[in-house]
Write a protein that binds this ligand. Structure first.
Ligand code: AMP
Ligand code: GLY
Length: 444
């Protein structure tokens, strides 16, 4: 059976059998990664380095994953087709990337078919796919977060914004590809956002309910914890750069770059993770998977901005560069409630990820441009993960807003960013844009 086609795009060479044999004996594990972005490429890259990896599949994958796994043309929300595939290909573990697969109940469905899968159930993932649910949970269990009110119709929300202070934050309840948050500087802007969400239905059913919350000031960090329902392992803190423009200006994106580690109130954040898992347990929603709260480190301590029920993108890209453990072992331990016996180990130094995007993103952009400069081997420090790319014969074309994730590691943040930016500069495609100030808040 097919295994990986391998060309020299990647600077790291995972240790594994590439004979093309189908591997399914006791210790070798066949793994399916669900999703097709940079996060999934990074997960597949790390999984491919496990000594116990058997056949590795990514659905649907991208031009990058095609070189270290087999891409399967199944959408990440086509759950019946994914289950059929997992059964037919003796998949031992499925790892879910995207939020919408979790919200569609992929974990519940796989488990109902006796298939092992890493990720939370639909009920546990509600902490991400409903901001109203998450805010209510935090209020009930005293988990620190911004003060808020929620609304399900336009008029009461409009009246509320005439009493609140500015800036104020309006969020759609449901999933919105990172675009459902409006930081409004004035009542006029808030009214415009409300009208777009509740009257214009710009976010469809995701905008049926909204949260209006207090604006928090501080340094934003991303926390990730692998959870098995009761135990959890906290990763080092990372920082994403959500806005498109330098100095954190312009509209929000899915994330334009990450650095890791960053300093922060780790003990309090660990307390937030524990409190969240206990709160979910009390509500009958055991959380197994990756819990990723976005945290604002304010002058009054860390506060939760939002919860994600999955790995961050592009946080995963830096985490996978620094994690020393065998990812397959860690994820299996999480699905088997054995995390109490696992200790995570991380490389010293720093990692950074610079997202190369298409001109116009997060708005409209063109795609289909040929990408150059990703073939050369530049040493172990830089690895380019693909996000929105596709293969056209031997050519790699742009196929999304976020196109490539250039990652680097080094002894310190300054050195790491220098390496990353050099590699980012060597990549070419029409309309390439990227932020030149990744890490600026930490004095790089
Ligand atoms: P979310 O999807 O809730 O994480 O929001 C997207 C981004 O909006 C966050 O990463 C923050 O940069 C910003 N944001 C969200 N909520 C707030 C808030 N209450 N105060 C300030 N900024 C916020
Ligand atoms: N990097 C932010 C996210 O994955 O939601």
């Amino acid at each position: 059976m097919f295994l990986a086609k391998w060309v020299g795009i990647f600077v790291s060479d995972p240790v594994r059998d590439r004979t093309g044999e189908s591997k399914h004996n006791g210790s070798m594990k066949n793994v399916l990664v669900v999703g097709g972005g940079g996060r999934e490429h990074a997960l597949a890259w790390k999984l491919s380095q496990s000594n116990r990896i058997g056949n590795l599949f990514v659905s649907p994958g991208n031009a990058g994953t095609a070189h270290l796994a087999q891409n399967i043309p199944i959408s990440s929300t086509d759950i019946p087709a994914l289950i059929k595939f997992a059964k037919q290909n003796a998949i031992d573990l499925t790892v879910v990337g995207p939020d919408n697969s979790l919200a569609a109940g992929i974990v519940d469905s796989f488990q109902a078919h006796g298939l092992k899968i890493f990720g939370p159930t639909k009920k546990a993932a509600e902490i991400e796919w409903s901001k109203v649910f998450a805010k209510k949970l935090m209020k009930k269990y005293n988990i620190p977060t911004a003060k808020y009110a929620s609304f399900s119709s336009y008029e009461p929300a409009r009246r509320y914004i005439s009493t609140t202070s500015f800036p104020t934050v309006i969020k759609v309840d449901g999933l919105a590809l990172g675009k459902g948050v409006f930081i409004c500087e004035s009542p006029k802007e808030a009214k415009k956002a409300l009208t777009a969400i509740m009257r214009g239905k710009d976010f469809g059913s995701s905008g049926t309910k909204i949260v209006i919350e207090e604006y928090l000031e501080g340094i934003e960090v991303s926390a990730h914890a692998i959870c098995d329902g009761s135990n959890f392992l906290l990763f080092p803190l990372a920082q994403d750069h959500k806005r498109i423009g330098e100095g954190n200006t312009g509209p929000n994106t899915g994330g334009m770059g990450t650095i890791c580690p960053v300093p922060g109130p780790v003990r309090e954040i660990s307390g937030i993770i524990r409190a969240t898992l206990e709160a979910l347990q009390k509500e009958g929603r055991y959380f197994s998977g990756c819990l990723f709260p976005g945290i604002m480190h304010t002058s009054k301590g860390p506060k939760v901005l939002e919860y994600n029920a999955r790995f961050g993108d592009p946080e995963t890209q830096v985490y996978m560069r620094l994690l020393k453990n065998d990812l397959l072992e860690v994820l299996e331990a999480a699905t088997e409630k054995r995390l109490g016996n696992v200790k995570l180990e991380w490389q010293t130094g720093a990692a950074a990820c610079i997202v190369l995007a298409s001109l116009g993103y997060p708005g409209k952009y063109k795609q289909g441009f040929e990408i150059g400069g990703i073939e050369e081997r530049s040493g172990n420090e830089t690895v380019i993960f693909h996000a929105g790319t596709k293969l056209d014969g031997d050519r790699v074309l742009t196929a999304g807003g976020r196109v490539l994730n250039v990652t680097a590691t080094g002894a310190n943040l300054g050195e790491t960013l220098e390496l990353g930016y050099k590699a980012a500069g060597r990549v070419s495609f029409e309309g390439k844009v990227f932020r030149k100030d990744i890490g600026f808040q930490f004095g790089s």
